[in-house]
Write a protein that binds this ligand. Sequence first.
Ligand code: PMP
Length: 390
Amino acid sequence: MESRIVYMDNNATTRMADEVKQILKETEDLYGNGSSMHSLGRNAREAIEWARGEVAVLLGAKPDEIFFNSGATEGNNTVFNTFRDLIDEGGKRNRILLSSVEHPASIESAKYMIGKGYKVETVPVDSSGRLDLDALEKMMGDDVALLSVMVGNNESGAIEPVKEASAIARRYGSYVHADATQAIGKIPVDVNDLDVDYLTLSAHKFYGPKGVGAIYIRTGVPRMPFLHGGHQEEGLRAGTYNTQAIAGLGKAAELARKSVDDERKYLWGLRTMLKEGIAESIPDVVFNGSDEYEKELPGTLNVSFPGAEGESILLYLDLEGIEVSTGSACASGSLEPSYVLLASGLDVELAHGSIRFSLGRYNDEDDVKYVLEKLPPIISRIRAMSTRRI
Ligand code: PMP
């Protein structure tokens, strides 16, 4: 029996690139401690500094503005913790703004702070999931210390107007953080073009290893130790270097820089084929997010199928070897409708029936054809069984 896996959950994580696997092999014997002064230590350090350079070039940053960490969850927590410390120290600016569709790594950091009495507020988004700049302007003030906005949304695929939001924040003297975790490798991301002070990312979203990432911190902006201990990363992030993983991140960054323009077009082509195929073969579907090339991550297609539960669709697709997600992986396991889609004004039933296809470098037209063959009968079957449908 033919068994086929079509992986369309690349926003959850990606398969490692062959080039990344190769560098993991090449660096497996670099067991010296990257902080040691002897040859083995220096060899490891060389690989680490090469990777730092690659991440810096990718982002248009300077190498000494890049700090390695375990990924964007840590990075986003670091940014919120830094501003909590600044407020605790009596900083005059004591308000933080973030978009209502940020990843849980930011939203939960914000909730934690709110629970402790800090002033943290969410800025609404429009129906395509993009930040409402008028609302931001109204909420901004001279008391805002930080604005945090993601570059691309993991669920809807919306590309956020970070540059425009930053221009507003700058007029009030606020610092700006961008969570670029979903954007790296899919669209160009440059810290100076976006005009941000902090930027966070995870290697595994762009074909690198899991559990490693980086935070960009602009020279001269506030920074606090993320982990106390040894003197690694200028004393900000203590802990012995994970040389191999960092080298893997460096290689993934190099590949992302070289392939981003072609990959954006390629993924947009596959997304368009998938979207048109679904629109032609399944009645009554609602596409979430935006349909403009400049406003949507190229590989993300979020679709609601009224009258069909997202979880049922996911499980039936899985039986056919098609791997997708409902809402975000971080929210799965709970049957709560996606807060990201609700924030964009989608009603609860549509949010419940939403599926996120996230295409990646290793998908091709045959994968899309396969999905278009298997999906329509699954939706009909679920709709026929659904008690919600009249
Ligand atoms: N931010 C965004 C936008 C994400 O999509 C993710 C991963 N789903 C994260 C942050 C957290 O990344 P990690 O789980 O690698 O720490």
